[in-house]
Design a protein around this ligand. Structure first.
Ligand SMILES: NC(=O)c1ccc[n+]([C@@H]2O[C@H](COP(=O)([O-])OP(=O)(O)OC[C@H]3O[C@@H](n4cnc5c(N)ncnc54)[C@H](O)[C@@H]3O)[C@@H](O)[C@H]2O)c1
Length: 339
């Protein structure tokens, strides 16, 4: 079977999820890893049996590498993506696309200008059985019209979590709980609700004053073009990281997601519609287990010459909601979408 040569830039926390997925994938062959921390790059290369670099631009010169995974801090996604696309590599970048809208637009432009290669953005939770089932319920209309939704993310992040060079700062992380943790839930609401008409939101730093510049808490009200309304609350200031909750109310039933288990509520009965896939990767449970499914799907699209569906513009949607909540909070106004 044909496979593509692969490199991973950034050997920090999330990289092992990518590296394990690549190792288990016959469509990909890991050629190199990159990290400015040489010791970490070397150790990772030894573990996965590949070459290592400390300068990603050197790695980009290799002809036997066709796909680059970007697993670095948010502010590095845009320059690395642009360089890799220009070097003729396909790019799969971790969420969020970037740390601000201007940077994200350089990525969208580079993808437009280099159409021989593809840009994919990680939103692995779209591959969860529960997400797929919710989307199916919306699209099929089996429970009648979608009426409204809510998303709740109540997690815990201690000061120690932010002790890195890029987290907790506007310039490098681009925000806090919204851009880093809750963007997955916003992506899900967007995917289910469709085109957005307007959003109003507010952010605050409730528990980490003096520790982080960015918000640890946010809420928002989203109006979709089809009339559906969603409320959303996210915080890193809770005492525990508890399962994400999403509620989707239709004319004839309600779907409730708790963690990755999806319940169907109709009248007095509650049934389980979708259950989580077991996490046997030894990774943090809240990351979910679906990276492997998205990564496989990305490579399958590349090898079949098909356009990958979570591309730059698709990855931009939840990111734009995040950015517009920041803007709305600053202005104290609702942001209207004209396109
Ligand atoms: N999809 C998910 O569920 C999920 C979960 C966790 C993290 N993430 C995302 O993954 C990305 C990385 O997060 P993390 O927690 O692994 O970060 P991290 O800080 O643990 O790792 C980043 C790595 O990048 C390296 N690095 C910095 N500058 C570099 C450069 N110029 N060249 C090469 N390497 C460089 C650092 O040395 C570090 O090892 C972020 O975008 C984050 O939001 C996604």
């Amino acid at each position: 079977m044909k496979s593509l040569g692969t490199a991973v830039i950034g050997c920090g926390s999330i990289s092992s999820v990518h590296l394990k997925a690549i190792a288990g994938l016959e469509l990909a062959e890991l050629k190199a890893v990159v990290d400015i921390n040489e010791e970490l790059a070397k150790k990772t290369a030894e573990t996965y049996g590949c070459d290592y670099y400390t300068d990603y631009k050197e790695m980009l010169q290799r002809d036997d590498i066709q796909v680059v995974h970007i697993c670095t801090g948010h502010y590095l996604h845009a320059p690395m993506t642009v360089d890799a696309l220009k070097a003729g590599k396909h790019v799969l970048t971790e969420k969020p696309m970037a740390e601000n809208k201007a940077s994200a637009h350089t990525m969208l432009d580079a993808a437009e200008e280099n159409k021989d290669v593809q840009l994919g953005v990680i939103f692995q939770n779209r591959y969860n059985p529960s997400s797929i089932r919710m989307k199916q319920a919306v699209d099929s209309g089996e429970f009648g019209k979608l009426l409204c939704m809510k998303g709740l993310v109540t997690w815990s992040r201690t000061p120690a979590y932010y002790e890195t060079e890029w987290k907790g700062k506007w310039a490098t992380e681009g925000g806090g709980v919204l851009i880093n943790q809750a963007i997955h839930t916003l992506d899900l609401l967007h995917w289910l609700g469709g085109d957005v008409a307007s959003i109003k939101g507010s952010i605050s730093n409730d528990s980490l004053e003096g520790v982080i510049e960015v918000e640890d808490t946010a809420h928002a009200h989203i109006e979709f073009r089809n009339g559906v309304k969603a409320i959303f609350y996210a915080t890193n200031a809770y005492g525990r990281s508890t399962p994400v909750e999403v509620e989707v109310i239709f004319e004839k039933a309600t779907l409730q997601l708790r963690g990755d288990t999806l319940y169907l509520l109709q009248g007095d009965t509650s049934t389980v519609l979708a259950e989580p896939v077991k996490n046997d990767l030894g990774e943090k449970a809240y990351w979910g287990v679906s990276h492997q499914f998205q990564i496989r799907d990305f490579y399958a699209h590349l090898l079949e010459g098909k356009h990958f569906w979570i591309d730059g513009p698709e990855g931009y949607k939840a990111f734009r909601l995040v950015m517009d909540i920041y803007e709305s909070s600053k202005l104290g106004q609702r942001i209207n979408y004209t396109e």
